[in-house]
Design a protein around this ligand. Structure first.
Ligand code: PEP
Ligand code: MN
Length: 451
């Protein structure tokens, strides 16, 4: 096998610049952009190549049915929410869901946040008009601010540098939490502390935690070695949307001479930017990280096979994840031919369901929302399809927050349309709140148990 000299690897990372890059902001000032990307290019990596390789191995296990991916977090992180409380609530929520899946589903769970970098959003229109005033749309905190003023909405490339620093602070807290003892399974009871108690999801969690506690005490009495439980692996991920940002944080690994995107362990290509000849697909085809592609209801098996050929030509296990987001009413009709077409071509991919983005609608009182019922039904459909084909359901990808927001309808506290008004905070898509997240995890654990 010929080793490509490093210079060629570096040059190939800019091939996307000659291709169509959808969903990029209209940066008003080229010099400002150049200054920001030059600054980013000098900053240290946020994650390390070896960690990305480790994740790839685990995703290969998920592909084989030996692990299950839990990927969750905000639709869009915002700078103002990078506080100790809010970040730790999200981490705790994911740890709690993971323990429910691991214990209830008897399956190792790969924990991954849509966190520490999820600051840019694709939008259906470049402009937004309110009361006759037209301004650039909000594209996420890495680009501009949400407030509807000309100053706030101006795309400012320095915000990408801010996004890097907020990601770094977020990752620091994640690393402290997951290696500093808090994620130790013996803390399983503590993770629920601070959340409003007294509903059926919490009671169920507490009884599960008590069960785990008893098992741990038993093992302790037997002289078990708990060192392995002190730390957990927790991976970061975001949509690789802003190619100037992603390129600046892509580095050559000194061990192998290969390119890794060091802005996150896992990157995915969104439904709107997955064109085979587009810039996003080209760019991610050239980094070694495990990557994902969202597949919506219009995706065909031949699209998916072509994407796999381009993004994973060696058919490496764990490299490619397909994240389907069909909608509860469509998944049972559309997913089978997709999975079958891909499988028949011998393509290796981890199948994950995103039960959020195909189930969004506007409530009569004007909130962008989803029904927990639909979300759960899409997950159920996902398991059914894989069961009928004899293929492997590899994970779930969800939008959630650790806070007690009211953005999604339903759940054991029965949020209804009027209830959305109580605490609707998202600037973009609605998220499961803490309790709805736990409810979902219990249901998924049962599906895993029966798979
Ligand atoms: C998202 O994940 O927030 C998103 C925009 O999803 P999709 O690309 O699937 O529409
Ligand atoms: Mn979203």
């Amino acid at each position: 096998m010929s080793v490509i000299p490093e210079n060629d690897v570096v040059a190939s990372l800019d091939a996307w610049r000659d291709l169509t890059a959808l969903q990029q902001p209209t940066w008003p000032d080229a010099e400002e952009l150049a200054a920001a990307t030059a600054e980013l290019a000098k900053l240290p990596p946020l994650v390390f190549a070896g960690e990305a390789d480790g994740l790839k191995k685990q995703l290969a296990d998920a592909q084989d049915g030996k692990a299950f991916l839990l990927q969750g977090g905000d639709c869009a992180e915002i700078f103002a929410d990078a506080t100790a409380d809010r970040i730790s609530n999200r981490i705790k929520t994911i740890l709690q869901m993971a323990v429910i899946l691991t214990y209830g589903g008897s399956m190792p769970t790969i924990k991954m946040g849509r966190m520490a970098g999820q600051f840019a959003k694709p939008r259906s229109s470049d402009k937004e008009t309110i009361d006759g005033v037209e301004l650039p749309c909000y594209r996420g905190d890495a680009v501009n601010a949400f407030e509807f003023t000309a100053e706030a909405r101006r795309p400012n490339p320095h915000r990408m540098v801010d996004a890097y620093h907020v990601s770094s602070a977020t990752l620091n807290l994640i690393r402290a939490f997951t290696t500093g003892g808090f994620a130790d399974l013996r803390q399983v009871n503590a993770w629920n502390r601070g959340f409003l108690a007294n509903n059926s999801a919490y009671r169920r969690y507490e009884s599960l935690a008590a069960e785990i506690d008893r098992a741990m005490q038993f093992m302790d009495a037997c002289g078990a070695d708990f060192d392995a439980l002190k730390t957990v692996e927790f991976y970061s991920s975001h949509e690789a949307l802003l190619l100037d940002y992603e390129r600046a944080l892509t580095r050559i690994d000194s061990r192998t001479g290969k390119a890794y995107n060091t802005s996150a362990h896992f990157l995915w290509i969104g439904e709107r930017t997955r064109q085979l000849d587009g810039a996003h697909v080209d760019f991610l085809s050239r980094v070694e990280n495990p990557i994902g592609v969202k597949l919506g209801p219009t995706a065909t098996a031949s699209d998916a096979v072509a994407l796999a050929a381009k993004l994973n030509p060696e058919n490496e296990p764990g490299r490619l994840t397909f994240i389907s987001r069909m909608g509860a009413g469509k998944i049972r009709d559309i997913l089978p031919s997709l999975v079958e077409g891909v499988t028949n071509e011998g393509v290796r991919a981890t199948w994950v369901t995103d039960p959020m983005h195909g189930n969004t609608f506007s409530s009569p009182n004007g909130y962008k929302t989803r029904r927990l019922e639909d979300v759960l039904d899409e997950i159920r459909g996902f398991f059914e399809v894989h069961r009928s084909l004899g293929t492997v359901p590899g994970g779930v990808h969800v939008e959630l927050t650790g806070d007690d927001v009211t953005e999604i309808l339903g759940g054991c506290s029965e949020i209804d349309e009027a209830g959305l008004e109580r605490r609707y905070e998202t600037f973009v898509d609605p998220r499961l709140n803490h309790q709805q997240s736990l409810e979902m995890a219990f249901q998924v654990a049962e599906m895993l148990q029966n798979r």
